[in-house]
Design a protein around this ligand. Structure first.
Ligand code: MSP
Length: 535
């Protein structure tokens, strides 16, 4: 298949109802890794994130904080941007559902679909989960032995509610949706597709309630302003409102939502239904193209298997982790340790072990020992490249190519956990080669040619390893490339195949990239951070 030149990747827009925790950073770090990889590979990338700022919960939170809703969400949106800055999330645009252009689009879409008959006025009775802002039907809610009703998603109590409301005529599109799934088996993961079909579609999909009259913090519709559009229809439209859809200048929309664009939504598994059922239907109703893929990632859980969540009050802030271990270490852990697509537990031991094994002992160590030996034996100058004299060095260069091919295939396929693993395997080729050749022995024995061959090859591995790790750790890899003084033109993905251009470079001053962490001390620190002081 011909590759498309534009690439559009989005994260969910986060509820502006509290602080960010490491569960949210998970999604942004993964999306950022993909976006950075695609830029490195030469695509025209647009990476979108933002905040979901309407709804009853936010209105209530603002009241508790003694603020107007707008002032409240302004503060929260700023706090989101702050954490993304610290974590080096390279988004191209930050969308807010309270932005004028967004509100205008929600109103236009509502009017258009109302006129077409895809939205109609009805009455809604159902079980409402306030923290999740979702209505559930009788068949969906959980009921305990006392007859109490609970949200099937977050398991908190729900209350029965009834009001006049507008609905999106979802039922009409069900046959189309099933056909769309069949024709596009890659649209999202097969197991999730089966789950959506069996849990939601087969039992009979209800039309989606899209407005409320019992609170005001939403987008008022022009035709009937006591109704506000809230949560899902409002939120989902962010992906196209921020591209200027239905405005005077639709150039971004035409580029990134056009046929020559690959469109990827990254979402947590808890919001699969909205992105794989309602969003395709809404787009179909509007007569515009569908995204290529919804990548559903797992959730970060505590060690007892509970979702980390703001509203469950068990969330871990990313700030202390970043301060103590660096943003890049947290990013690496997120991408490498938690299998992309499945749930993962955040546990202190795994966290420290991963940082020590891959970053301190593998990548950091290779950089440090190679560059230190360049200082020691060659006054900090990379030896002249020569065609390898030894078969084991020739083999090393071949193996680098193999790993690169595997890495690129995995990253193109959004398999970032395995991509990260390949990148460290490549770095470890360098460590193994180093140990096998033992350059310090060669120096002692006066085998200067082999010493040069070895250090030159290690410099290439540092360079190539840093380039392919850069989507995951933009800062530390830049630091390594700067220490080695690699020229800009040799920092591109294409240049990873160009061996031999580092001759005679003067390296810069050295410093350690990753300290080796004292396991017991750090595990104790993290345990206290997560569970509070031990009694
Ligand atoms: N506002 C909606 C999304 C609208 S998108 C059009 C929403 N917001 S949220 O803040 O509750 O969650 C946003 C994303 O953060 C979801 O994809 C969710 O999966 C992710 N995470 C929230 N907690 C998480 C974990 N504990 N672990 C991993 N991701 C988590 O839903």
């Amino acid at each position: 298949m011909e590759k498309k030149k534009n690439f559009y990747i989005t994260t969910p827009i986060y509820y502006a109802s509290g602080n960010i925790h490491i569960g949210h950073t998970y999604c942004c770090v993964c999306a950022d890794t993909i976006a950075r990889y695609k830029r490195l590979a030469g695509y025209n990338v647009r990476f979108l994130t933002g905040s979901d700022e309407h709804g009853q919960k936010i209105q209530e939170k603002a009241k508790q904080a003694g603020l107007e809703p707008q002032a409240y969400v302004d503060q929260i949106a700023q706090s989101f941007k702050d954490i993304w800055k610290v974590l080096d999330i390279s988004y191209d645009y930050y969308v807010r559902t309270t932005d004028d252009y967004h509100v205008a689009l929600v109103q236009k879409v509502f009017s258009e679909l109302l006129e077409k008959g895809d939205i109609y006025l009805g009455k809604y009775t159902g079980w409402y989960c306030t923290p999740d802002e979702t209505f559930w039907s009788d068949s969906q809610v959980e009921v305990d032995e006392h007859g109490n009703h609970f949200c099937p998603d977050c398991h908190r109590p729900v209350k029965q509610d009834s009001e006049e409301a507008y609905f999106l005529n979802v039922k009409k599109f069900v046959p189309w949706l099933l056909e769309f799934y069949e024709k596009n088996p890659e649209f999202f993961a097969k197991d999730k597709m089966n789950e959506m079909i069996n849990t939601f579609i087969k039992p009979g999909l209800e039309d989606l309630c899209i407005t409320r009259t019992s609170f005001s913090w939403g987008v008022p519709i022009k035709e009937d302003p006591k109704h506000v559009v809230y949560v899902w229809i409002d939120a989902l439209l962010n992906y196209i409102s921020s591209l200027g859809y239905k405005t005077k200048d639709e150039s971004l929309f035409n580029t990134f939502w056009g046929e020559d664009s690959e469109i990827i939504h990254l979402v947590g598994r808890d919001i699969t239904r909205f992105h794989t059922i309602y969003w395709p239907i809404l787009l179909k109703a509007l007569g515009i193209r569908e995204p290529d893929k919804v990548i559903v990632h797992g959730l970060l859980l505590t060690k007892s298997g509970v979702k980390l969540s703001k509203s469950l009050g068990n969330a871990i802030s990313p700030y202390p982790l970043i301060e103590r271990y660096s943003a890049d270490s947290l990013r690496y852990y997120i991408v490498r340790e938690i299998e992309f697509g499945t749930d993962g537990n955040f546990t202190p031991t795994q966290f420290i072990d991963r940082l020590n094994s891959d970053l301190a002992n593998s990548y950091g160590n290779l950089v440090n020992r190679t560059l230190s030996m360049l200082n020691k034996y060659f006054q900090g100058v990379v030896p002249e490249f020569k065609d390898p004299m030894n078969d084991f060095t020739k083999k090393l260069y071949e193996e680098i190519e193999v790993k690169l091919t595997q890495y690129n295939a995995l990253m193109e396929d959004f398999k970032i956990t395995e991509g990260a693993s390949k990148a460290i395997e490549l770095v470890n080729l360098g460590n193994k080669y180093f140990d096998d050749v033992a350059p310090w022995t060669q120096a002692k024995n006066g085998n200067i040619d082999l010493l040069k061959e070895c250090l030159y090859a290690a410099c290439e591995i540092i360079r190539i390893g840093s380039i392919i790790l850069s989507p995951i750790m933009p800062n530390k890899t830049k630091d390594a490339l700067d220490q080695e003084n690699v020229p800009e033109e040799l920092r591109t993905l294409a240049s990873t195949h160009e061996i031999g251009k580092l001759s005679n470079i003067h390296i810069n001053e050295l410093h350690a990239l990753f300290p080796r962490l004292k396991k017991e001390e750090e595990v104790a620190y993290l345990t206290e951070l997560i569970d509070g002081p031990s009694k």
